[in-house]
Write a protein that binds this ligand. Structure first.
Ligand code: PLP
Length: 369
C-alpha cells in the first residue's frame, strides 16, 4: 500500500491453495492415475451431492458448460425461450443461446439483486427460468418454485457463485430441476476450471453424464445415442476439489468473516451501501458494496494504494450480444454501475481488512468533498 511501500499488492481475489492440496496431487501422481476422470472424479461427485443433499452430481469442465448441459438435458432447444436475470455473469444467457433458445431478460430485486418474479413476462414458447443466486443471496425461492410449477417451466438454478449458501436452511442449487456450481479460482472451492450439475432427477443426471462423454451408451463403449461432447473432468482436479471440500468449513468461515469485517468497518460511511445479508445463510463469494461516489475514481485510487477491486458485471442488456434499451431494467441500470467488489480472498486477515477499509474510507472521504 502507498503508506507501506514494502507491502504486497492485495488483489481483489486470489485462490487459496495449501500444502494439503499439493500433497494430495503428489500422492495421486505417484499412484499411477491417468489424470483423466475416473475414481477420484466419481468420489468428488458423490461428495458434492452429499454435501448439498442432492441425489446426483456430475462434474464437467466449467460452470458455463454445466449450465449448457443442464439446459440440453432438460430439453431446451431452438424455438423456445428462457427467462434470465439481467444481472448475472454473461455465461448464464450464453448457455441459453448455445442451447439454441432465446433469452428473456428480466430485472432483479433491489434487495437481493436476484430475479424479480413480478417482472417476469412469459412468451408462449417460454419453457424454463434460470434463477441466479448472485453472491450467495436468494429470496422467496418457494414462490419461484411454485411459479415454475404452475406455469410448467423447468427451473434451473445458476448457483455458480453459491455453493454452500442456503435459503431457509436448504442449499442453493437444490431448489430446481437442476442446479449448477462453478469451481473457478474465485469460488468457495476451486479446481482451476470446473463446474457441477446437481439434480434429484435420474433422467437429467443420466443425460448430462452421457452428453459430456460423447453421448456414449455406456462409458468406454463407442456406440453413441446422439450428438455428444467431450466435457469430461480430470482426476487431477478432483483430488484438489476433494481436499477443499474437506476444509469447506474453514473456507466458509473466512468468507463470512471478511464480509462481516468490511461491514463493521464501513457501514458508517455515507457513500457506501451494503445489501441486506444474513450471514447465517449467505456465504458471499465477494464482499460487495454500492457506492454513491464515482466508482472508477475509487477503484483507481485504491489501486494506487496497492488494493485491487473489481466492478460489478454490467447489466446483460448493455452487453453487445444482448443489447436493448434500459426500459424495464430500472434496478440493474441503477445498481450495476455503482457496484464494487472489494478484496475477498479466502485467508485475508482481520488486520488486512481493517487496513483496506481505512484506505477505502480515506479515498471516499476525499471524493465526498
Ligand atoms: C453467476 C455465474 N454463472 C456462471 C458462471 C460461469 O462459470 P464458469 O466460469 O465456471 O464457466 C459464473 C462465473 O463466475 C457466474 O458467476
Amino acid at each position: 500500500m502507498k503508506d507501506h511501500p514494502l507491502q504486497k499488492f492485495i488483489p481483489q481475489v486470489e485462490p487459496y491453495i495449501t500444502d494439503a492440496e499439493r500433497k494430495k496431487v503428489d500422492e495421486y501422481m505417484r499412484s499411477g492415475g491417468w489424470l483423466t476422470e475416473h475414481e477420484k472424479t466419481r468420489e468428488f461427485e458423490r461428495s458434492i451431492a452429499e454435501f448439498v443433499g442432492s441425489k446426483y452430481a456430475v462434474v464437467v469442465t466449467s460452470g458455463t458448460v454445466a449450465l449448457y448441459l443442464a439446459l440440453l438435458a432438460c430439453g431446451m432447444k431452438s424455438g423456445q425461450s428462457v427467462v434470465v436475470p439481467d444481472y448475472t455473469m454473461i455465461a448464464t444467457p450464453n448457455s441459453v443461446k448455445w442451447a439454441g433458445a432465446d433469452v428473456i431478460l428480466t430485472d432483479v430485486q433491489r434487495q437481493t439483486l436476484c430475479l424479480d418474479l413480478s417482472e417476469v413476462k412469459l412468451k408462449p414458447n417460454t419453457r424454463a427460468l434460470m434463477y441466479v443466486s448472485m453472491n450467495g443471496r436468494a429470496d422467496k425461492l418457494n414462490e419461484v418454485v411454485e411459479f415454475c410449477h404452475a406455469k410448467g417451466l423447468t427451473l434451473i438454478e445458476d448457483a455458480a457463485q453459491s455453493l454452500a449458501s442456503k435459503w431457509r436452511g436448504k442449499y442453493l442449487g437444490t431448489f430446481g430441476d437442476a442446479g449448477v456450481y462453478s469451481f473457478t479460482p474465485h469460488k468457495i472451492i476451486t479446481t482451476g476450471q470446473g463446474g457441477a450439475v446437481v439434480t434429484n432427477d435420474k433422467e437429467i443426471y443420466e443425460k448430462v453424464s452421457s452428453l459430456k462423454d460423447f453421448s456414449r451408451v455406456t462409458p468406454g463403449v463407442d456406440t453413441h445415442t446422439g450428438m455428444g461432447f467431450n466435457f469430461k473432468f480430470t482426476d487431477l482436479q478432483a483430488v484438489i476439489g476433494l481436499e477443499q471440500l474437506r476444509k469447506i468449513n474453514f473456507r466458509m468461515k473466512s468468507r463470512r468473516d471478511i464480509y462481516r469485517w468490511y461491514r463493521e468497518e464501513l457501514s458508517d460511511v455515507r457513500s457506501v451501501e451494503f445489501l441486506e445479508t444474513d450471514l447465517e445463510e449467505v456465504i458471499p463469494w465477494f464482499a460487495d458494496v454500492l457506492l454513491s461516489v464515482p466508482r472508477e475514481a475509487v477503484a483507481s485510487s485504491l489501486k494506487e494504494h496497492g488494493i485491487g477491486s473489481r466492478p460489478f458485471y454490467p447489466p446483460i442488456h448493455t452487453q453487445i450480444p444482448y443489447a436493448q434499451s434500459d426500459s424495464g431494467f430500472s434496478v440493474t441500470t441503477e445498481v450495476c454501475p455503482r457496484g464494487l467488489w472489494l478484496p475477498s480472498s479466502i485467508g485475508l486477515s482481520h488486520g488486512q481488512v481493517v487496513n483496506i477499509s481505512r484506505s477505502i474510507k480515506r479515498v471516499i472521504r476525499k471524493l465526498e468533498h
